[in-house]
Design a protein around this ligand. Structure first.
Ligand SMILES: [Zn+2]
Length: 346
């Protein structure tokens, strides 16, 4: 046990066993701004072994009053938030394996970014992204901690595989653009800090396996009136997501390709409507002429000798039973789409 973590191991619910679980854990934090920054800092200091940080934006001067990981220099240099956050994590806790993903999490890359994560934590500032995370968490049974803050209000909700999801609690999700945001209504740094800290604590409880301690309610902090409440939640029998198992935000059509951060690979989705149509056995037979392909469970993997990248190295191709594919040794999304269309087919 690391001396750094001694004081938290004194907590009965955490202990040395909990610390060992944190060391072996992987958290996906989506959004690295005000909420995400607080969440990331606590999880890194707590000793969570692996952090994947996703944010598509760069640091701006107007962020600095509330985004605790960033400095004036980051804003001047317009550093990507995910990269600035990862750099700060490496300074705070060099033992943490941290992946900085400068990209938009959407239907095309959500699965890949969440691979191996024991918890997903919401540091986002938009509803669509949260609904994608909610769909992903419910479908893949990954605990998801939602957090939000605007003006003087903060809130958090833990979505666990056996409980209410975001859409149960907010069945009438407002249309994009209908809600106040931090850009329109303002926000106080400490209020975001509270919401982010509460979400980080919920995530730690999840990662050490103490689901019994996780607040199942909708936690609300109203700092205009200095009130904190946790409103009981329950699964809505009419919920399209966690009851109906329809994941419309995760299946929304859009970009078919997404770069996979740090892996030199591009994910390609089948053309809409083509999901589930791939016979891996038939495909394996078809690809034998192009290289050696091996079946590994629900996927087929190999290298295509007849299609090479700009360095003359054969592309790698992994095709999943649902028609999704990852083109490896490839950073060009159009080239990846071409490989998919040529070797997997629409
Ligand atoms: Zn639900």
């Amino acid at each position: 046990m690391h001396e750094i973590h001694h004081r938290q191991t004194l907590l009965g619910w955490l202990g040395e066993a909990g610390q060992a679980r944190l060391t072996g854990a992987h958290a996906l934090v989506v959004g690295c701004g005000a909420l995400g920054g607080v969440i990331v800092e606590w999880l890194a200091r707590a000793g969570v072994g692996e952090l994947t940080l996703v944010d598509r934006d760069v640091v701006e001067p107007s962020n600095l009053h509330r985004q605790v990981l960033f400095t004036e220099r980051d804003a001047r240099d317009r550093v990507a938030k995910a990269e600035a956050a990862a750099r700060r994590v490496r300074e705070i806790a060099p033992d943490v394996r941290v992946h900085a993903c400068v990209e938009h999490l959407g239907p095309g890359n959500a699965m890949e970014l969440a691979r191996g994560a024991g918890v997903i934590v919401d540091g986002l500032d938009n509803i669509e992204g949260r609904l994608v995370l909610n769909d992903l968490a419910v479908r893949e049974r990954i605990p998801f901690v939602h957090a939000a803050a605007v003006a003087m209000q903060g809130r958090s909700l833990a979505v666990l595989p056996d409980g209410a999801c975001l859409r149960c609690v907010f069945p009438e999700m407002p249309q994009p653009g209908a809600l106040e945001t931090c850009d329109t209504a303002g926000v106080a740094g400490p209020v975001v800090g509270l919401a982010g800290s509460f979400a980080a604590l919920q995530a730690m409880r999840v990662l050490v396996g103490r689901m019994d301690l996780v607040d199942r309610g909708l936690w609300c902090a109203d700092l205009d009136r200095n009130r904190f409440v946790s409103v009981a939640t329950q699964r809505d029998p009419a919920c399209a997501c966690c009851v109906g198992r329809k994941f419309e935000f995760l299946q929304a059509s859009g970009e078919r390709t997404a770069s996979l951060c740090g892996r030199g690979a591009v994910q390609v989705l089948p053309a809409s409507g083509a999901r589930g149509s791939v016979s891996l056995e038939r495909l394996a037979a078809r690809l034998q002429a192009h290289g050696r392909f091996d079946r590994q469970g629900d996927r087929l993997h190999g290298a295509i000798n007849s299609a090479r990248n700009a360095d003359g190295v054969p592309y790698e191709l992994t095709v999943f039973a649902d028609g999704r594919a990852i083109v490896g040794r490839c950073t060009d999304r159009d080239a990846a789409l071409g490989v998919y269309d040529r070797f997997v087919g629409g």
